[in-house]
Design a protein around this ligand. Structure first.
Ligand code: FES
Length: 335
């Protein structure tokens, strides 16, 4: 039987609940807290924290050797300990994207799911001893057989060793072609380098969160929305997803709709636009169609997170700025 106890992060004045079956680290990550960690098995020492009050219990063997000057202190490894009472701890959280080092990790393909001939969901698994530290919304580079491409992570840091990517069947993208010609398959090794990018949540903002995705821009939006959910952010969430009018719906519309059951104040709308996936689209026309679908009163009060091709971002940004949205409200990621 498990019990739930409260963990208080003293310096950050944050609280979260931890089950006696989970480690302090696991539970913190699940609550969206940007905790430092690397191996999750007691080897690296990256998840050190200081116990200020309460009782913890060891749930995993750890090989990490504390430096002599810390031997008698109340430092402990969060990945190897759970709670035996309410506790209070001191630790440093990741302070923005700049404090995350670029990592090189050899991953394995766990699954490839073809939604249709044009879109694949790629799931990679990192080794248990080397999980990727990143912030929701960031990108990484993936390499296979000498071909490297950059993709946004569609998963949230709380998913641990499992990383998801949404890959379009783009003839100019050799990595993507390896998926669609099936030379990249389950158990193939994929080298990962990253994370990069600053398309991350403003976690302290009290504004509504308005997300706009063009087609596969949904990957990074998914990561952000699920991270906002882990953080239990009370902000209302609006999601607009632009897709080619020739297709009846965006490729994972059921997923976008399913957030309705998880998030209290969530509004979703698909925007059928006149575009195809070539680079020859009239980007102003697409930007205008997206702009016309937005509720401008809500946009003016919100933080806007937009994942779309660079030209669409430029035109859409101009339309929003001309109509009362402030530059500080726009967070953009070109796809
Ligand atoms: S994450 Fe490496 S020791 Fe805990």
């Amino acid at each position: 039987m498990s019990n739930l106890f409260n963990i208080k992060l003293i310096s950050q004045n944050k609280n979260y609940e931890c089950s006696t079956n989970d480690s302090v680290l696991e539970s913190g990550l699940r609550h969206g807290l940007p905790m430092h960690y690397e191996c999750d098995n007691g080897t690296c020492g990256a998840c050190k924290a200081k116990l200020v009050d309460g009782v913890i219990k060891k749930i995993k063997h750890c090989d990490f050797v504390f430096p002599k000057n810390e031997l008698n202190s109340t430092e402990f490894l969060m990945c190897c300990h759970s709670v035996a009472s309410d506790i209070e701890i001191e630790l440093d959280l990741i302070d923005g994207v700049k404090s995350i080092a670029i990592q090189n990790i050899d991953t394995k393909v766990k699954n490839i799911y073809f939604i249709n001939k044009g879109m694949a969901l790629l799931t990679l698994r990192t080794p248990r001893s080397k999980t990727l530290q990143f912030m929701a919304g960031q990108d990484v580079e993936l390499s296979f057989a000498g071909n490297t491409s950059r993709y946004p992570l569609a998963s949230c840091p709380c998913h641990g060793m499992t990383l998801e990517f949404h890959i379009r069947n783009n003839k100019l993208d050799a990595f993507a072609q390896a998926i669609f010609d099936k030379s990249l398959k389950v158990k193939s090794k994929v080298s990962l380098q990253g994370p990069e990018g600053i398309f991350v949540l403003k976690e302290d903002s009290t504004r509504p969160l308005l997300f706009i995705a063009w087609d596969s821009g949904f990957a990074s939006i998914r990561s952000l929305v699920e991270h906002a959910f882990s953080l239990q952010m009370p902000n209302p969430i609006y999601f607009y997803w632009a897709h080619p009018a020739a297709e009846s719906a965006p490729y994972l519309i059921s997923h976008a709709n399913s957030w309705q059951t998880m998030i209290d104040q969530y509004t979703y709308r698909s925007i059928a636009c006149e575009f195809d996936r070539s680079s020859n689209n009239d980007c102003y026309k697409v930007a205008k169609q997206i702009f016309d679908a937005l509720d401008l009163n809500i946009a003016k009060q919100s933080d806007l997170y937009i994942a779309a091709p660079a030209e669409v971002l430029i035109y859409l940004g101009e339309l929003l700025l001309e109509n009362g949205v402030d530059e500080s409200q726009l967070i953009a990621s070109p796809i």
